[in-house]
Design a protein around this ligand. Sequence first.
Ligand code: ZN
Ligand code: FE
Length: 260
Amino acid sequence: MIEENKFLNFSVFTIPVLNDNYIFVAKAHKTSQTWVIDPALAKPVINFLQDKKYKLTAVVNTHHHLDHTGGNLELKNYYNALILAPKNDPITADKKLDTNSKLSFAGEAVQIIEAPGHTLGHILYYFTESKVLFAGDCLFSLGCGRLFEGSPQQMTNSLNKILQLPDNTQVFCAHEYSLDNSKFALSVDSANLALQKKTTQIQNLRNQNKFSIPFKLGIEKQCNPFLRSNAPEIKKYLNLSSSCSTVESFAKLRKLKDNF
Ligand code: ZN
Ligand code: FE
């Protein structure tokens, strides 16, 4: 099942593929501008676009992993679309993006946020008027990406950039990991009422086979242990002193989750 979320100037269609990946299609309300974000595969995207009679204008990537780029070239060739990709990740692209890139979609500015950690070049796409964030594998609901290439310091900085976005930001992450993530989150932050409430909501959605995304950033700031590395409760659970740095706390938390 494909779900549609409507925003001010565009809709986002979420296409579930593989085990737990999401591919997103953003379609402007008033023009034919159509982006696909992180196409693991081409076929399900082509089927969807043909069904809707949309024509793809750009293929957009958050990072280089195959479960986010596997459909790039087939989609580019099929639609004669441009590939937009992070400057510092190894992806064959028509346009390489960094924090200074000027992009717009459906008449609104799209801000590129450099967010290294999961990969060194990982970027986020923030649609500034609708307040929609495509977070790739940097931030998940109740979790964050594994540090395949970057350091705890880099990932902490990346998550801090996300923390500065408005609470009413809607986040689309690229995997359905929420339920699994809730188990770890509850293990380290068991008394957190907001986390308990969010976990119940995730369970209800997943029981109905619905997606747990997009999710509201404001609630995530209260629930996600990786956005709360600096919280006294988390540091206490990790047996760290309350004066230790956020990076140290984050690093210990991430390591614990890797072995959970
Ligand atoms: Zn990845
Ligand atoms: Fe991924």
